[in-house]
Design a protein around this ligand. Structure first.
Ligand code: ATP
Ligand code: MG
Length: 454
């Protein structure tokens, strides 16, 4: 007898996405991708591991992420300092510069994937989490800012999320922030007793970030602090006004939140967050901002940029909170069979049904055996399939199959038909898709194999 082995668990703060949740993720991802496509954004995929120095440069050394949240390690083979990406903008901007992607004009890009931050795990805050993000490189006007915001609104609408509001601010340019910073430091120094340890530490390194504090004892202080908005010059103000004008015209609701900041040197002008009250403390589902000076710091030609990133776990939570309907079944047809010959025929028929574009689950043996007819039918019912196709010894002898509707009312009238083996595919396509399944999908459709469900 072998000893029972100890179980291994996933790493703290890193989640499995189980099949029960997968359809919700799929719905979110498919909707997001089609919205991004409808605005002309193109997919980009960058590595999950990058040189550590990339993130210090792109995110800023005096930030939560770089100071304490990065999964950094030394490559045991060659001593390189590497980091699991904590966010997506750095890799995208690196790729844009490395491949000189902006040489022939501006680019609209999107990405998705896992990010890693060593944070204290809690609801809505994990150590591996997924982001969907967009970056628009090479556009300078407020129109692209508005486009990115409206793209998010369309995504919320398409998914049916209605408890998300928009907060907006402008953080001007480096000179404007410099003047504000001096006054801000003076203000905080005059109120040094109220600052917590973290705020004191940040006072000279990154005082803007203090405005972002979640410490309730400091709220009155930061609310009365000098506001960056009143330090903005003409150009920054014109950009901000331009953005608000487009949003007003497009009927996008927002509130200006003067405390909304990104505490980094190369973020500028527009910053925005989509926030919900339905998720408790971790209520920001999407954050974005302009970073015009960033590409130059990567050795590229001066090129403006703006982007956002949304946290998919938080959005999935919100979908659940708003009662997103349960996912449809896993297949159209479940194949039930009894006996060796029947199993061979079931294999062949299942392939033909799939050729016709339907989804088929074929019953397969488990350690408990092939399963009685009754237990196979139970599995068929649980699968969510519309039909069970049944092949037993009788059916083999007559070269037929039995097709049972699993969604018809139970009882005497439960629909069951006997169909010639060679006619089974057409019969199922007709029943499930209707009208034979050969639809005219128009010139855009290059898939002649699939069936189009009505
Ligand atoms: P927070 O203030 O909540 O820490 P952040 O400013 O660090 O957020 P960003 O770097 O702007 O977040 O990331 C964009 C979005 O990614 C966030 O608004 C959030 O939805 C999501 N996100 C960030 N960190 C996590 C995490 N640890 N777990 C889950 N989602 C996250
Ligand atoms: Mg954070």
């Amino acid at each position: 007898m072998s000893e029972k082995k100890e179980k291994i668990s996933a790493i703290k703060g890193m989640n499995d996405i189980l099949p029960a949740d997968a359809p919700l993720w799929e719905l979110f991802e498919n909707t997001a991708e089609s919205v991004l496509k409808s605005y002309g954004y193109q997919k980009i995929v960058t590595p999950i591991v990058e040189e550590t120095g990339l993130f210090a440069r792109a995110i800023g050394a005096v930030t939560d992420i770089v100071e304490k949240e990065m999964y950094s390690f030394t490559d045991a083979m060659n001593g390189d300092l590497l980091t699991l990406r904590p966010e997506g903008t750095a890799g995208v901007v690196r790729a844009v510069v490395e491949h000189n992607m902006a040489y022939d004009g501006p680019k609209r890009l999107w990405y998705k994937g896992p990010m890693f931050r060593h944070e204290r795990p809690q609801r809505g805050r994990y150590r591996q989490f997924f982001q969907f993000g967009a970056e628009a490189i090479g556009f300078s006007g407020p129109d692209i800012d508005a486009e990115l915001i409206m793209l998010c609104r369309r995504l919320w609408d398409d998914i049916g999320l209605d408890e998300i509001r928009l907060e907006l601010n402008s953080i001007g340019n480096a000179d404007e922030r410099q003047r504000h910073r001096a006054d801000l430091i003076a203000y905080f120094e005059a109120n040094i007793d109220v600052l917590d340890a973290e705020a004191k530490r940040r006072l000279h390194a990154n005082p803007l970030r203090i405005l972002d504090t979640k410490n309730p004892a400091m709220q009155d202080l930061v609310n009365a602090a000098p506001q960056l908005l009143s330090y903005l010059g003409e150009e920054s103000l014109a950009h901000f006004e331009g953005l608000k004008k487009i949003l007003d015209a497009a009927n996008v609701q927002y509130t200006v939140n003067p405390r909304l900041v990104r505490g980094l040197d190369y973020y500028n002008r527009t910053v925005f967050e989509w926030v919900t009250d339905a998720l408790g403390a971790q209520g920001t589902v999407c954050a974005g901002g302009r970073y015009d000076p960033l590409i130059e710091t990567f050795g590229g030609k001066p090129t403006p940029g703006i982007g956002f990133a949304m946290g998919i776990e938080r959005l999935i939570e919100l979908m659940k909170a708003q009662g997103e309907p349960a996912a449809p079944g896993q297949c159209d047809v479940y194949m039930v069979h009894q006996g060796d010959e029947a199993r061979m025929k079931a294999f062949i028929l299942a392939e033909r049904i799939r050729d016709a574009g339907l989804d088929v689950v074929l019953h397969c043996a488990t350690p408990a055996g092939a399963g009685s007819f009754k237990s196979q039918m139970k599995k068929a019912d649980a699968s969510g399939a519309a039909f069970a196709v049944i092949i037993g010894e009788d059916e083999v002898a007559k070269d037929e199959v039995a097709v049972k509707s699993l969604r018809a009312a139970q009882g005497e009238n439960a629909q069951q038909a006997t169909v010639a083996f060679g006619a089974a595919v057409d019969y199922l396509v007709d029943q499930i898709v209707g009208g034979g399944g050969e639809h005219d999908c128009g010139p855009d459709c290059d898939d002649h194999h699939h069936v189009h469900r009505p």
